[in-house]
Ligand binder design. Structure first.
Ligand SMILES: NC(=O)c1ccc[n+]([C@@H]2O[C@H](COP(=O)([O-])OP(=O)(O)OC[C@H]3O[C@@H](n4cnc5c(N)ncnc54)[C@H](OP(=O)(O)O)[C@@H]3O)[C@@H](O)[C@H]2O)c1
Length: 277
């Protein structure tokens, strides 16, 4: 695995996403077996960064992450757990309640990285950050970050946070360059903030794009691996693909080792017309 080092912290370039682990917007117990199989295989393969949220399966994703970690031989200090507070819980007191509930579900005494999941309507960062800062001071959270924040909101967050904003988690993939176009990627790269690329392989044309096919064949890889390699070859970019399939989970983990040439990177960056998935 390759790592991104930031603020004396080493984070794997490829972590494991958990949207749909345990359900979608509510718990789906019928998915528990396949969810636990996925989490266990990710832990066995060597993933150390797990990305969850109170929103995912209404907390059940966190419960399953906690269960899989608890049952594994992996030491807590060797893992990096991200969770997120939902936009409707950004009031000062609500932030503490959300964080305590996440910790209880995870069966952990700290979260490595706690993010504001997406900007809420009427969000008052000047109220939210004092609570987030206190969580860091109290040791319940190690690092703070945001998600789906445009440049203006990201800069405001930096001003309110007592500790460096570690990441902005945003959609970023071969066809989706919206956070390049809005200036967030460049700003993050110049200001020691990680961009965590979400939904990195969730696009229809992944199996049919001609350029991607050619480069995939040249590396004896899969298009999913090249899509991930293209992201993690970029400075300050990490990613968190999700899969239920142990073979895909391994394939995604191994993608961090693929080296793309400068020419291949440019060809891939230009292989999709704007707005064309
Ligand atoms: N902050 C936010 O607002 C936000 C929003 C969306 C997502 N996220 C986070 O980002 C994570 C990743 O995004 P995502 O789950 O939306 O999309 P994704 O990881 O890009 O795509 C997941 C889909 O791709 C398939 N897949 C993954 N690897 C594959 C492979 N090697 N070969 C074939 N198919 C593969 C999976 O199916 P199989 O199960 O069949 O492999 C699954 O259907 C989420 O799980 C979540 O943690 C955050």
């Amino acid at each position: 695995m390759k790592y991104e080092t930031i603020h004396s912290l080493s984070l794997p370039k490829i972590g494991f996403g958990t949207w749909k682990i345990g359900g979608e917007t509510s718990p789906n117990r019928a998915w528990d077996t396949k969810s636990l199989t996925a989490l266990r295989s990710a832990l066995e393969i060597g993933y150390t960064h797990f990305d969850t949220a109170e929103y995912y399966a209404a907390g059940h994703s966190e419960e399953l992450v906690g269960r899989a970690v608890g049952e594994s031989n992996t030491k807590r200090e060797n893992l990096f757990i991200t969770s997120k507070v939902s936009p409707e819980h950004l009031g000062y007191d609500d932030v503490f309640k959300s964080c305590d509930s996440s910790l209880r579900r995870l069966k952990m005494d700290y979260i490595d990285l706690y993010l504001i999941h997406w900007p809420g309507r009427g969000m008052k960062l000047e109220k939210t950050f004092p609570a987030l800062n206190k969580l860091v001071r109290d040791g319940k959270v190690k690092h703070l970050g945001v998600s789906n924040f445009n440049l203006k909101l990201l800069k405001q967050s930096q001003a309110y946070s007592e500790t460096p904003i570690l990441t902005n988690q945003v959609p970023y993939s071969l066809p989706d360059h919206s956070y390049v176009e809005n200036g967030v990627l460049e700003y993050c790269q110049q200001n020691d903030i990680l961009v965590t690329a979400y939904s990195p392989v969730k696009f229809r044309s992944i199996r049919v794009n001609k350029t991607l096919k050619e480069i995939t064949n040249a590396h004896s890889a899969t298009p999913f691996q090249i899509a991930l390699a293209w992201l993690v070859m970029q400075p300050r970019v990490i990613t968190i693909p999700m899969s239920f399939d142990p073979q895909h989970i391994k394939e995604n983990f191994d993608a961090a080792e693929i080296l793309l040439s400068a020419d291949e990177m440019t060809r891939l960056s230009n292989a999709w017309e704007k707005g064309n998935e």
